[in-house]
Design a protein around this ligand. Sequence first.
Ligand code: NAD
Length: 554
Amino acid sequence: MTASPRTVRAARGSALTCKGWHQEAALRMLMNNLDPEVAERPQDLVVYGGSGKAARNWDSFEAIVATLRRLENDETLLVQSGKPVGVFRTHDEAPRVLIANSHLVPRWATWDNFRQLEAEGLTMYGQMTAGSWIYIGTQGILQGTFETFAACARTHFGGTLDGRLVVTAGLGGMGGAQPLAATMNGAAFLGIDVDETRICRRVESGYCDRLETDLDAALNAVLDARQRRVPLSVGLVGNAAEVLPELVRRGVDVDVVTDQTSAHDLRVGYIPAGYSLADAEAFRTREPLAYDEAVLDSMQTHVQAMLDLKASGAVVFDYGNNLRGQVADRRGMTRAFEIPGFVPEYIRPLFCKGSGPFRWAALSGAPEDIAVTDAAILELFPEKEHLARWIRMAQDKVQFQGLPARICWLEYGERAEAGEKFNWLVETGRVQAPLVIGRDHLDTGSVASPNRETEGMKDGSDAIADWPLLNALLNTACGASWVSLHHGGGVGIGYSIHSGMVSVADGTPAGYRRLSRVLTADPGTGVMRHADAGYDLATDTARERGVDLPMYNT
Ligand code: NAD
C-alpha cells in the first residue's frame, strides 16, 4: 500500500460514518488537524510547530481512518507515533484510542537519534495537539497568548499594553496568534518572520493588520501607533537574528520582547541569518551538521540582542520554544537564562488553581453551535469578567479554521461544570451534533518541561516526569475518548514529557459520567502537582475544592 497525499476535510453534520461518536470524533478531529485551513503543511501531514505531525505517513493515515471506521464501541485502537499498530477489546467506557508519540528511552533521547529513527520510518514528531488530534488552528493558542500578554501588562504596565511596543519573531501556527493577542491588549506590535507566506496567512485571517518588507516602513508604522496609543500589528519579512541586532544598533526603545520562532528544532525549525528558505533547505540537505552550527550562530546573535534589549529596559521573556536551552546547552551561553520563562513569570498562579486551556469543537461544523456554547459559558460563569471579555473579543475577531471551535481557560471544578453543561446542550438538541472537548498541553497537571511549564518549580522538581504519566493513566481510567502521551513537544526531543486528553459530549448518560470524571481528574492532577511542589495557592485550592491529597489533607 502506498497512499498519496490528498486533501483532507472532516465530515460535518449529525450522521455517523463510524460505529460511535467517540470514534467519529477522533476521525473528524484527525482530519480536521489536516484540513488545509488548519494545518501548516497538510501535504506532509505537518500540522504546526516545525514538524509536528498528525500521522506517520499517508499509508498510516489511511489505515487509521479505515480502522476508526470499523472500530467497535468496546474496542481500543493503539497508535504508535502516528501509526496504527493494534486493536484490543476493552469496554464501552474506555478510551477508543490510545496514542504514544515520539518516545525514546531517556539515554537515547536526542534529536540526532530521533531524526535517524524518523528517517528509518520508525517514529514521528507529534508536537502537542498535532499528534493528539485536537489542534484547532491558531485560535487554540490565541487565548493563552492573550492571557500571557495580559499578565505581562498587569505585572509591568498597569494592566494594559496601550502605548507599548511589543517585538517578537515567528508568525507560524502558534506564533501567528501573537499579533492579534497583542493588539487585543492594546499594543503596537512588530512580528518578524523570515517566511513571507506565513505573514500573508496571518493578514488574510485577520490576525495581523499588515505586512511590510522594509524595516524603516515597519518601524515608522509601529512607533507612530505606539505614540498615538492605537493598537496595530505589523508583520515584517526578515530574520530575527538580523532585525533584532539592528533594533539594538539603532537604539529603538522597545517595551516587550519575546520570540516564537521554531527554535526547539535546529534542523527544520529556525532559519539561519543570511539564508532564504530555499537556500536554507539546500544547505541543510547538503551539510546538515554545518547547518546546525549556522543555526546556533544565529540563535546566539538573536539571544544576545534580546539580552541587550533587556539591559536597555525592555521586559523580555522566553515564550516556550527552547531558544534559551539551545544556546545554553550547545554553546554554553548560560546567560540566556537571565531571560525569564513565561510560565514562572506569568502563568504558574493559574496552574495552581487547576486553570488551563479548555477547548472544544462543534462536530456539526455549524458556527451557530459555538454561539450556543459561548452563551452557555457566559451563563455558567457570570462573575468572570475577564472570561466574558475574551469570549466577546473572540466572537468578534476570530475566524474559525476548519471545524468551528472555541477555547478559554477554566479552573478546577469549572471544567467539569462546563463539560456537563455541554453534554446537556447535546442531549436536549440545542446543538446540532456532539461537541468534542480537549485541551492543549500548555497545561497544569499533564506536563514535565523544565524549560517551560515546570521551569523553576518551588521544590526543584522541574525534571520529574512521573506527573504526565499519572495524568495519562488517570484520564484513561476515567474514560476520556482518547488519551495521548508525548515526548518532546514545544521544546523539542529530550526536553519534555506531556499528555493529552479529549472527551466527547455525546448527550448520553455515559457522556455525563465520563465527562464529569475526566474533567475533574484532569485539572485535579494540576492542583495535586503544584500542591506537592509546595505552592500554598494549590494546597488552598485543594482544601477549598475538596481535592483529596493524602499528604495535605490535615
Ligand atoms: P511554526 O513552525 O509553525 O512557525 C515558526 C515560524 O518561525 C515560521 O513561520 C518560520 O518562518 C519562523 N522563523 C524560523 N526561523 C526564523 C528566524 N530566524 N527569524 C524569523 N522567523 C523565523 O511553529 P509554531 O507552531 O508557530 O511554534 C513556534 C514555537 O513555539 C515552537 O518552538 C513551538 O514548539 C513553540 N510553542 C510555544 C507555545 C507556547 O505556548 N508558548 C505553544 C506551542 C508551541
